[in-house]
Design a binder for this molecule. Structure first.
Ligand SMILES: [Zn+2]
Length: 386
């Protein structure tokens, strides 16, 4: 028996070392912007640094260009540019370990040369300040996805709202009932230039509209399954099916609240207590209510069951969540997913898909749509204040 267990561990180790590991949401830039640190030293941010990324076999993290809702009325594009600059400085400062990547080919090249491929995704569509020109400039600066909203509804897309508020109802705060006409133009222009459309954080009505108008497959960069943890930030089975049917991917968020709704169930009739317990959960590492790391694999398997084995990947939300599950606390932990997936009987090819190949194939499909639309002229729509 011991020999067999050793075999499994060795098999997992070998597989993980060969695999391309993609994580589509890492909030290190926001942390580094307030607490600058050398990412080659351990503990640079809560959940990320080069030594832990190496330990975890991480090939390609997307650095989040996170523009908080507080910038919505002033300085949103500037905030995005500051974090893009910060990302370039981090990569340039560690050229032996890191390279900036903007394509699936770059990610594969990084793997071959033993580097960490750093990509960028904007979180919060207000970052483009309602300008298609700014959107295109962000792409030219190297950004490859944009989450259409953060917790705030912007001028052209409804958000699913502040997920950390236990009794928040996105339907009640809907402003546009999905995407406005300008929002639909933003999505179509993203398709044309090859910017991945990210539907994490948006409302159900916005997801519906995006799926209807997007000419390319779409991604949820850091969302989990509503069937396993009921919150507006997670995806319904129907949404997972539709995203998968369009060739898109669902990248699993590991925040405890995203993985299970134990707290919500326990304090369903006491919203004040629920709020207090949710805040406590964020403050203390060892809360018993914290999710257990194997629940990450439950969510991965749920997407496979509902949307198929090509539709799932990892978008941890590390450095953006304060409540990672017990046993999966930072970017050094990815090998545990490989072991657990193998242990549950998934094939080596399936495990590689989850770790990165699904995202790479999806990214290539987005590029193919961009190439097909190459002769289409740039959109010239201008946002008009109502
Ligand atoms: Zn987020």
């Amino acid at each position: 028996m011991i020999a067999r267990a050793d075999d499994a561990a060795t098999r997992a180790q070998k597989l993980h070392a060969e695999a391309i590991v993609v994580d589509t949401h890492l909030d290190a830039p926001d942390q580094l912007s307030t607490r600058w640190a050398d990412v080659s030293s351990r503990g640079a941010t809560d959940h990320f640094d080069i030594p832990r990324a190496r330990q975890g076999g991480l090939t390609a993290p997307f650095f989040s260009i996170y523009v908080a809702a507080s910038y919505a009325d002033h300085g949103a594009a500037r905030r995005a540019l500051d974090l893009i600059d910060l990302t370039h400085r981090v990569v340039d400062g560690h050229a032996k370990d890191m390279m900036l990547a903007v394509s699936p080919a770059d990610i594969r090249a990084a793997k071959r040369t033993g580097k960490i491929a750093v990509l960028m995704g904007i979180e919060g569509g207000h970052a483009i300040e309602d300008s298609l020109g700014v959107l295109r400039e962000m792409y030219r600066a190297g950004v490859r996805y944009m989450t259409l909203t953060h917790t705030n509804t912007n001028h052209w897309a409804d958000s699913s709202g502040p997920f950390y508020e236990p009794d928040f109802d996105p339907k009640k705060s809907a402003v546009h009932n999905g995407l406005t006409d300008f929002g639909k133009t933003v999505v179509k222009e993203m398709n044309r230039i090859g910017m991945i459309v990210d539907i994490s954080h948006v409302s159900d009505a916005t997801i519906r509209d995006v799926l209807a108008v997007s000419r390319a497959p779409v991604m949820a960069s850091h969302s989990s399954c509503r069937a396993l943890s009921s919150m507006p930030r997670n995806l319904t089975d129907e949404q997972i099916k539709q995203i998968a049917a369009k060739g898109g991917v669902v990248m699993i968020n590991v925040g405890s609240g995203f993985l299970d709704a134990r707290l919500k169930a326990t304090y369903a009739k006491d919203p004040a207590r629920l709020r207090k317990e949710m805040q406590e959960l964020l403050k203390h590492q060892e809360r018993p209510q914290r999710a257990v790391w194997t629940e990450v694999v439950d969510h991965i398997e749920h997407v496979i069951k509902v949307g198929g084995e090509d539709a799932v990947g990892i978008g941890d939300d590390f450095d953006g969540i304060e409540d990672p599950p017990t046993g999966f606390e930072d970017v050094s932990m990815y090998p545990k997913l490989t072991e657990e997936l193998l242990r549950r009987g998934h094939s080596e090819a399936q495990v590689k898909k989850v770790l990165g190949e699904n995202f790479l194939a999806f990214f290539a499909r987005v590029e193919a749509v961009r190439d097909k639309l190459a002769s289409e002229p740039p959109a010239t729509a201008v946002y008009k204040e109502k």
